[in-house]
Design a protein around this ligand. Structure first.
Ligand code: SF4
Length: 313
C-alpha cells in the first residue's frame, strides 16, 4: 500500500477478543465467541506500547491501529485503550464494528478518538442483528458528520440476496460508501458460489462517491502501487488486488513482521493475520519483531490487512 511505501507507517492489527453480541448464522465459528474472552485492558495497553517501542527501533514513527474483535466496542476498556494511543506523529485508528452500541457510547468514542488524524469505521450490516436498518443508517450518518470516514460492509448471503441488495440500495441512497463482500465459508473452504450476474454486481453495483473534502485534506495515498517487471507502475484499490491475481508472494521479501504486526485474541503475536510463519511470540512471554523484511513462505496472501504490507521480489 502506498501509505506504507512512502511514509514511515507501522501497521498494527490487535484483536481484543472474539466476543460478539450477535450470533449470525453465517459467521465462522472461529471468528466469534458468545463468552467474554477479552484481553485485559492493561495487557493491551502494554502490548501496544511494546510494539511501538520495537517499531520505532525499526525506524517507524507513524502508526495505523486496526483494533478488531469479535465486536471490539464491547471490550470494557476500549475507550481507555484508544485514548492511551497518543503518538507524536501521524496516527490513525480503524475499527470494524456492528455499531450496536448506543448513541451515548458513540459520543464518548468521538471524544476518546479526537486525537487521531484519521478515524475509519467499517460498519458491518447484519440483518440478523438487533437494530433496524434505519437505526443503523442514522448512526453511520451521525458518525460521518463527526468526521469519521466510513464504509458499510455487507456480506452477501446468497439465500438472502434480494433483501441485502435492497438494504445496500437504501444505505447508498443515504450517501454511504458500500462494500459488498462475498460470503466465505472459512476454514480454507473459500467463497460460496454466485451467478455471473451476482459476481458482476458485487463489484459494480455501488460505485464509490468522490472522496469528501475532509478525506482529501489528508494527503495519504491509500491505494496500491504495483511495480511491474517491465518498469511500468500501476495503481489499484485493495479490493481489486486479489481479483487481479496479485496475491502470490512466496519467496518475496515482505514487510509483515517488520512494518506490520498482528496480535490475535489469544495473545499470540504474528507477522500477519494469515501468514504461515511461526509466531513472533506472545503478549505474556514476550515477542520480537523482525529487524528487516523477511521472505514470505505462504502460498497465497488472501487477507486484506496482510496485503497492505510492502512486498519486493
Ligand atoms: S502471506 Fe502476505 S503478508 Fe504474509 S508474508 Fe506472505 S506476502 Fe507477506
Amino acid at each position: 500500500m502506498r501509505e506504507c511505501l512512502y511514509h514511515p507507517v507501522f501497521l498494527i492489527n490487535f484483536e481484543l477478543g472474539r466476543y460478539c453480541n450477535y450470533a449470525c448464522s453465517y459467521c465462522w465459528p472461529a471468528a466469534h465467541s458468545a463468552i467474554r474472552d477479552h484481553i485485559p485492558t492493561e495487557i493491551v495497553i502494554e502490548g501496544l506500547a511494546e510494539i511501538r517501542r520495537q517499531a520505532a527501533a525499526n525506524g517507524f514513527t507513524e502508526f495505523v491501529y486496526n483494533i478488531s474483535g469479535g465486536e471490539p466496542t464491547l471490550h470494557p476498556g476500549y475507550l481507555d485503550i484508544i485514548a492511551s494511543l497518543t503518538d507524536p506523529a501521524f496516527h490513525s485508528i480503524e475499527l470494524v464494528s456492528n455499531i450496536s452500541r448506543g448513541q451515548r457510547w458513540w459520543e464518548r468514542f468521538i471524544a476518546a478518538s479526537a486525537h487521531f488524524q484519521r478515524v475509519f469505521l467499517t460498519a458491518s450490516w447484519h440483518d440478523e442483528g438487533n437494530q433496524s436498518r434505519e437505526t443503523f443508517n442514522d448512526k453511520v450518518s451521525w458518525l460521518r458528520q463527526q468526521g469519521v470516514q466510513s464504509c458499510i460492509n455487507i456480506v452477501m448471503i446468497p439465500q438472502n440476496w434480494d433483501k441485502l441488495l435492497a438494504d445496500a440500495e437504501y444505505f447508498y441512497q443515504h450517501g454511504n460508501r458500500i462494500a459488498l463482500r462475498r460470503q466465505d465459508l472459512g476454514d480454507g473452504q473459500g467463497p460460496v458460489g454466485y451467478s455471473q450476474e451476482q459476481l458482476a454486481l458485487l463489484t459494480t453495483a455501488f460505485p464509490s462517491p468522490a472522496r469528501s473534502p475532509e478525506t482529501m485534506r489528508i494527503a495519504r495515498p491509500l491505494d496500491y502501487e504495483l511495480h511491474h517487471d517491465d518498469g511500468a507502475v500501476t495503481t489499484m484499490p485493495v479490493t481489486s488486488v486479489p481479483t487481479a491475481g496479485n496475491n502470490k508472494f512466496q519467496g518475496w521479501r515482505c514487510h509483515a513482521g517488520y512494518q506490520m504486526v498482528s496480535v490475535l485474541a489469544n495473545g499470540v503475536v504474528r507477522r500477519g493475520m494469515m501468514c504461515r510463519d511461526r509466531p513472533l511470540g506472545t503478549l505474556s512471554g514476550g515477542f520480537q519483531l523482525f529487524p528487516q523484511p523477511a521472505p514470505c513462505i505462504t502460498p497465497i496472501c488472501h487477507n486484506t490487512f496482510d496485503l497492505r504490507a510492502c512486498k519486493h521480489k
